[in-house]
Design a protein around this ligand. Structure first.
Ligand SMILES: [Zn+2]
Ligand SMILES: [Zn+2]
Length: 217
């Protein structure tokens, strides 16, 4: 688990990237966890047993792990998974659903990091250095993480309003770029060049609206 100081630094540094700092940090830790799993976790009986018990990984994390290569690790893991499939699926008495992957190992890591970083963002926002970094830089909370902040129990209402207001200003700017794309796509205006912001906005808004891939708060 990350210490408060580490979370503060990581979120602060990510404000300069023009992305959702929470998504970006969660993604960074996920990438680390996937690598670590292939190097150490695969040989840790406890972790292996846990993953077998929860029926492998969810679709998203299975494919993320696959992208890292490593034929031997995959053979070891999936040999066990498939043995379970061949035992349970033909067995009419078996109640195990081998197509379900509810307690995915990486989903759980991701969820707990998201919770920690979302709460930390709210807590740090009382600090002027943190708040002004967010307000002045191009970073923008995604909708899922903004709503998650609003839903934190016993949150300081003033701080939440300040975060919401600052984020709405950022959404307004993003939406302006989207309307410009629409306007410039009209046949009467096609000679007008797209700005760099407009070129990026239609992609950026997907991560703002839906969060980073694989994040389902
Ligand atoms: Zn986010
Ligand atoms: Zn997962």
């Amino acid at each position: 688990m990350d210490s408060k100081e580490i979370i503060y630094e990581e979120l602060m540094n990510r404000m300069k990237k023009g992305v959702c700092p929470i998504c970006d940090f969660v993604e960074f830790r996920l990438a680390e966890a996937l690598e670590r799993f292939l190097h150490e976790g695969i040989n840790t009986p406890h972790t292996r047993a846990k993953i077998e018990w929860t029926n492998g990984f969810c679709n998203f994390h299975a494919h993320r792990l696959l992208q890292l290569g490593d034929p031997l690790s995959h053979a070891i893991l999936y040999h066990d998974f498939m043995n379970n499939v061949m035992k349970d699926v033909p067995d009419k008495k078996s109640k195990t659903d081998r197509s379900a992957h509810d307690e995915c190992f990486f989903c759980n890591i991701q969820k707990s990091n998201e919770e920690d970083y979302t709460k930390a963002f709210l807590e740090f926002y009382k600090n002027d250095e943190f708040a002004s970094r967010y307000e002045q830089e191009e970073s923008v909370l995604c909708v899922p993480h903004l709503v998650a902040i609003q839903k934190i129990r016993f949150a300081n209402k003033k701080t939440v309003s300040r975060i919401v207001d600052a984020t709405m200003e950022k959404y307004q700017i993003l939406n302006h770029h989207l309307s410009e794309i629409k306007r410039k796509s009209d046949y009467r205006n096609t000679d007008e060049k797209w700005t760099d912001e407009e070129k990026a906005a239609w992609k950026k808004v997907v991560s703002v609206f839906n969060a980073y891939p694989g994040i389902r708060p």
